[in-house]
Write a protein that binds this ligand. Structure first.
Ligand SMILES: C[S@@+](CC[C@H](N)C(=O)[O-])C[C@H]1O[C@@H](n2cnc3c(N)ncnc32)[C@H](O)[C@@H]1O
Length: 253
């Protein structure tokens, strides 16, 4: 139990640092996306952008032969990935670094694969794809999830929520068009199933938030934070047929 008033950022980091994932996704979705990219032994240099604490980064390390660098704006997340990689004996091939996806610290034309789950919308789908293109070698590949509209009907309440969160939803066909305009051949797109949100992300996050409410009893910020998270879940359950994360897979041309 603590008396200090945590900030929203404290709460966000404390909620997510111990979770397997920091956003919707699953090992099955990783494997499905990789299935469009074979043969996998050509991926010697991979970057996982907005990696969080690296749930998917470590899975990629089991599937791919080369080096994988996870990059995240929060140093604590990147350090956690490096720590886990070391613990699993992967420290020579997998590392987490702190950095900004909008200003990549890699050499131009140095990456075979760019992976990014649940993060690109923070800088914009077009902006991200266009900036990242220059870091891929010829025929390098990209696999990225982005929240997207899945139907013609686009409920305003959902749109407002995502805009207020600093993100946006676009239809899948618009995003596949953007991919091509940014210098990629479009390979495939598929929507993540519901359990990627509910079982794999929202349920463990709700447990972590319960613990935080106990840690900070009487904190107004903690209550507001919990309420915002609850609202996000309610909105997803109400409108899940209309929007979701979509995996976009492409090749640099
Ligand atoms: C929804 S989480 C997804 C994390 C992880 N990829 C996953 O799927 O579990 C989004 C991640 O992107 C990171 N992020 C957001 N904006 C970023 C930026 N400009 N540069 C680097 N990382 C960023 C956040 O810190 C967060 O860890």
């Amino acid at each position: 139990m603590e008396n200090r008033e945590p900030s929203f950022l404290d709460l966000l980091l404390e909620t997510h640092i111990g979770l397997e994932r920091q956003g919707p996704g699953s090992p099955e979705a990783v494997d499905r996306a990789l299935g469009f990219l074979g043969p996998l032994d050509r991926f010697r240099e991979t970057a996982d952008l907005g990696c969080g604490t690296g749930g998917q980064t470590l899975l990629l390390a089991e599937r791919l032969p080369g080096r994988i660098t996870g990059l995240d704006m929060f140093p604590a997340f990147a350090e956690e990935l490096s720590r886990k990689a070391g613990e699993r004996g992967l420290g020579d091939r997998v590392s987490g670094i702190a950095g900004d996806m909008a200003r990549l610290p890699f050499e131009k034309d140095s990456l075979d694969l760019i992976w990014s789950e649940g993060a690109i919308d923070n800088i914009g789908f077009r902006e991200g794809l266009s900036h990242w293109r220059g870091f891929l070698r010829e025929n390098g590949c990209i696999a990225v999830t982005c929240p997207s509209w899945l139907t013609e009907e686009r409920p305003e309440e959902a749109e407002r929520f995502w805009t207020d969160a600093g993100s946006r939803l676009d239809p899948v066909e618009d995003n596949t068009g953007i991919m091509q305009e940014c210098g990629y051949a479009f390979i495939a797109a598929f929507a993540l199933p519901e359990e990627c949100w509910t079982d794999n992300y929202y349920a463990p996050r709700a447990k972590a938030i319960e613990s935080l409410l106990k840690k900070y009893p009487g904190s107004e910020t903690a209550k507001q934070y919990a309420e915002l998270n609850r609202r996000e879940v309610d909105l997803y359950m109400k409108y899940k047929q209309h929007y979701g994360y979509v995996f976009y897979i492409g090749r640099a041309v």
